[in-house]
Design a protein around this ligand. Structure first.
Ligand code: PEP
Length: 255
C-alpha cells in the first residue's frame, strides 16, 4: 500500500498580530522539532508572512498562504500573486477555502484557475472542498464533493498531481465545534480517492494526500488520523494555540 506522509496545516485566518504571530510560529517550531514523519505548514495572514518566515526559516515548518489571485501580475488592486508569495518564502497555498467560497463568493471556475496558476508557479496547492449543512441534509454530499473536486482539478494533468493536496472540509464543521465522525470523514475521503482514480489513475489516487478539516482538536485528531484515507488535517481554531497544534501534529506523527 502507498505510504502517504500526513500533512498538518495551521490556517490562522485573519488572526494574530505581528508579535503574537511570530511568537506562535516560534512555539510551533519548538513543539514540532521532533516530528520527522509528517509535514507541517502554517498559513499566517499576508502581512506577517515574511516575519513568520524569518522565525521558521531553519525549521521543519513550511510557510503557506491562505489565498492568492489567479493571474501572475497586473492591474488587480488589493490582490496578491503567486510570484510575490514565492519571493517571501511561501511554498504552499490554500485555494477554495469554504470562507472564500461562501463569504467572498469564489466560484468553481475561479478556483480552478487559481489551482492551475499555483501549479504553474511551482507551489503546493491545497484544494479545499466540502458540502454545506443544507447539502448534507439533502443527501448531496457524495455528489457535491466529487463535483467540486473535478471542477478544481479541471486544468491539472496527472504529472502535477504530486503538488496537489485535497482538504475535505465539511462547511458545517468549520469553526463550529462540530466534527464529522471518523466514519463520516472516511466515507467522503474514500469517495474523493475513488474520484481521483477515475479522473487520473489508481496510483495517482493512492499517492494524493487528503486532509480532513473542521474543528479538529487534540482530542479528536487521533481517531480521525486512524482512518485509512485521512492523511492529516487542516486546522483553524486549534492552530492558534501552539500546544493544541503541536498535539495534533504529534497525533499525526504517531498515526
Ligand atoms: C479551517 O479554517 O480550515 C478550519 C478547519 O477551521 P476550524 O478548525 O476552526 O474548524
Amino acid at each position: 500500500m502507498t505510504q502517504r506522509i500526513p500533512i498538518i496545516g495551521g490556517n490562522w485566518k485573519m488572526n494574530t498580530g505581528l508579535e503574537s504571530g511570530m511568537n506562535l510560529a516560534s512555539c510551533v517550531v519548538d513543539g514540532v522539532e521532533a516530528c520527522d514523519s509528517c509535514e507541517v505548514v502554517v498559513y499566517p495572514p499576508y502581512p506577517f508572512l515574511q516575519s513568520v518566515e524569518s522565525v521558521i526559516d531553519a525549521s521543519n515548518v513550511y510557510l503557506g498562504a491562505q489565498n492568492m489571485w489567479h493571474e501572475a501580475s497586473g492591474a488587480f488592486t488589493g490582490e496578491i500573486s503567486a510570484p510575490m508569495l514565492k519571493e517571501v518564502g511561501v511554498s504552499s497555498v490554500l485555494v477554495g477555502h469554504s470562507e472564500r467560497r461562501h463569504i467572498l463568493g469564489e466560484s468553481d471556475q475561479l478556483i480552478s484557475q487559481k489551482v492551475a496558476l499555483g501549479i504553474e508557479q511551482g507551489l503546493q496547492v491545497i484544494l479545499c472542498i466540502g458540502e454545506t449543512l443544507e447539502e448534507r441534509e439533502a443527501g448531496e454530499t457524495l455528489s457535491v464533493v466529487p463535483a467540486q473536486l473535478k471542477a478544481g482539478l479541471s486544468n491539472i494533468d496527472v504529472a502535477h498531481m504530486t503538488s496537489i493536496v485535497i482538504a475535505y472540509e465539511p462547511v458545517w464543521a468549520i469553526g463550529t465545534g462540530k466534527t464529522a465522525t471518523p466514519e463520516d470523514a472516511q466515507t467522503v475521503h474514500a469517495a474523493i480517492r475513488l474520484t481521483l482514480s477515475e479522473l487520473y489513475d489508481d496510483a495517482t489516487a493512492q499517492q494524493t494526500r487528503i486532509q480532513y478539516g473542521g474543528s479538529v482538536k487534540p482530542d479528536n485528531a487521533a481517531d480521525l488520523f486512524a482512518c485509512e484515507d485521512v492523511d492529516g488535517a487542516l486546522v483553524g481554531g486549534a492552530s492558534l494555540s501552539a500546544d493544541s497544534f503541536t498535539a495534533i501534529v504529534m497525533a499525526a506523527c504517531d498515526s
